[in-house]
Design a protein around this ligand. Sequence first.
Ligand code: NDP
Length: 328
Amino acid sequence: MRWGFIGASNIAERVIPSLRKIAGQELVAVCSRSAHRAQQFAEQQGLASAHTDLSELLALGLDAVYISSTNEQHAAQTLAALDAGCHVLCEKPLAMSLADAAAMIERAEAQGRVLGTNHHLRASALHGQVRQMIADGAIGRVHGVQVSHAVYLPPHLQGWRIDVPGAGGGVVLDILVHDADLLRFLLQAEPRRITTVTRQHGLGQGQVEDSAMSLLEFDGGVLAQTHESFVAKHAATRLHVLGTEGALYAEGSLTQDGGGRLWLRDASGEREVPAPKVDLYEIGCDAFVRACAGQGAPLASGADGERSLAVALAALSSAANGRAQQID
Ligand code: NDP
């Protein structure tokens, strides 16, 4: 497939080497709002052309685009790319509103193109293991999950994320969307209600939160607690799944590096469950490429991106009005 990149972003620099590992991918061009950044990015990444006009990029006859611009641009850029006949792998949050997300999904269907959301944590071998063990009843009936996804936002990413609410800044649209998607993936159940409290602990500016804690209520009764933060220096990420017969405990899996360690505790004691470290972005891109060839589905579809966005928007409403919020 011939690929274009919309947004000369940090994450695109990380995704490109993973995409290059997949046979048959030709990485062609980048589009940025800045001619200088586009040129610099194209040179650094070995892309043939650099653009500031999206229609110029889309006129190149590309098969697919990877959209990693700031969040408020995702919807319009996705619609334009779909109309140009491209498959779209879009970063999370898929959009800034559910109406936009629905329009993106509808357009992909109408154009017969694949729309994927880059929820990379689904690609983790460790998370795949947890999902399978839950489904197999390895810890009995799951009743609770605790997610600690509190990290320190590195200085080079402390731009729009901490001070531009209109660009989707804030820890809810940045990290809670991933946690919501991961919980849906692991539990194979839908969250119906969320109660969230947000705070500023030194990084968030204006109305932008840098910390959030939530309680999610899932179909079937599972309760999940999540903690997302931009200000937690040196913290380990943790995932704790509690069942009636045992528990699964993971450390270090809520990252971009595809690693982490997993333990099972039950009546037989505690043992580590092997889970190899993987390249999350390679696996995600590979599933997307296969889906574009008519084999299977992306790891997270447009509809999955719409669901995780619904959770994040309900979380922000809950934080604003101080009450539990139904998830639309
Ligand atoms: P960046 O801040 O690196 O990039 C976002 C946009 O900002 C770029 O597309 C670029 O737009 C512009 N930009 C980049 N560098 C500069 C700069 N030095 N000065 C001014 N503008 C700049 O953000 P991320 O790469 O962290 O995030 C991009 C998207 O990817 C977001 O939607 C985010 O939520 C998502 N993301 C997903 C991850 C995942 O693992 N799934 C991980 C990280 C981010 P332009 O070139 O058009 O000007």
